[in-house]
Design a protein around this ligand. Structure first.
Ligand code: PLP
Ligand code: COI
Length: 340
């Protein structure tokens, strides 16, 4: 194992030894290649550079107490990547190839998988980019799939603790019939400005309402919203948010716990009736929300009145982490165990 300060990792990039690649040329995906370079040459007229023809993913591998390594919901990420490829007219990377690439890159970098005790994990970042030459707006004829990994700690400093969010009314990350439900880089480019405003004002992230009516909760920056209202798990139904794999997993665990789960439009004002709220995603699992400030209308929706994460989200967070690290059984077959 590498000699890193495992317990103090942040959510950033650390160079590892290997990445894996697969080229799509002449209408077919080629063999999986291993590379020890962090770079690849790219044509100046590649479609990804000019027209944003690209897709990415994010998933994690965890080292358990038993020393085994577990990858969380790899097939679900493969399927979501395929849906982004369909939406951007890129060739779909077959699930089998995606999973083989993920397993290979994790194994090649096994010395970078943080130890169990650190509470850190190995973030896996798949990327597909159009590399073929396009000057007119059209899809490329060549693509590169790359997967790299990097050891990461908590997404937000302080880990599982409450954070304030800034509701931004003058910015949308995606349009109602646009690309919000896909993981394309353009959505993140569109969020940078609002994200900067939120950070400059001392918030952990920006918070979006639906772009059409500005009435319903959409997303918490790069994470889905979850509310707990009288013991019911409530999360937005929207065509402009990413279908979060963490959210789907938490909904299942909530049902397993006997909770009612509602996926529906959530009017902003309903925040006042929420006992707990959180942002969820691979990076943080759940990041509990302290309050949401409508920075343009000057109204504050305080959720965590005592400044602490609530009991329901704390329980769900612990349950999901326990499955990911292999502390408990995996009743839904979410985990791929690697034993090397
Ligand atoms: N929403 C957005 C915009 C995201 O970028 C992410 C992160 O991937 C999520 C939600 C959470 O999705 P997941 O739980 O699949 O990581
Ligand atoms: C998440 O994993 O929750 C994210 O939002 C990933 C982000 C770094 C794009």
């Amino acid at each position: 194992m590498k000699n890193l300060d495992w317990s103090n990792l942040s959510f950033g990039y650390i160079k590892t030894d290997w990445n894996v690649r697969c080229w799509f040329k002449n209408g077919a995906w080629g063999p999986i290649e291993e590379s020890d370079s962090e770079f690849f040459p790219i044509h100046i007229a590649a479609s990804s550079l000019h027209y944003g023809q690209e897709a990415f993913e994010g998933l994690k591998a965890f080292r358990g107490k038993d020393g085994k390594v577990r990858i969380f919901r790899m097939e679900a990420n493969a399927e979501r990547l395929q849906s982004t490829c369909r939406a951007t007219l890129m060739p779909e990377l077959p699930t089998e190839t995606f999973c083989a690439m993920v397993k290979k890159v994790v194994e090649l970098n096994k010395d970078f998988i943080p130890p169990y005790e650190s509470g850190a994990s190995l973030y896996i970042r798949p990327l597909i980019i159009g590399t073929g030459i396009t000057v007119g707006v059209k899809p490329a004829d060549e693509y590169l799939a790359v997967i790299f990994v990097t050891p990461v700690g908590p997404y937000f400093k302080g880990g599982f603790s409450v954070n304030p969010y800034a509701l931004v009314r003058s910015y949308d990350r995606s349009a109602p019939l646009g690309m919000g439900k896909y993981k394309v880089g353009g959505n993140y480019a569109a969020s940078l400005y609002a994200n900067r405003i939120a950070h400059e004002k001392g918030y952990c992230s920006e918070f979006y309402l639906d772009a059409k009516e500005k009435k319903y909760i959409d997303e918490c920056g790069a994470a889905n919203f979850i509310g707990i209202k009288q013991g019911t798990y409530v999360t937005p139904k929207s065509d402009s948010i990413l279908p979060s794999i963490t959210n789907k997993s938490l909904m299942q665990l909530a049902k397993d716990n006997g909770m009612k789960v509602e996926q529906r439009q959530i009017p902003l004002e309903e925040l006042l009736e929420m006992d707990e709220a959180g942002a969820c995603g691979t990076a943080a699992v759940i990041s509990p929300i302290e309050r949401i400030d409508d920075i343009e209308l000057g109204k504050s929706y305080v959720i965590a009145k005592d400044g602490k994460p609530g009991p329901v989200l704390t329980k769900l967070y612990n349950q999901l982490r326990a499955i990911q690290y292999g502390d408990v059984a995996d009743p839904h077959n979410w985990v791929t165990v690697l034993d090397f």
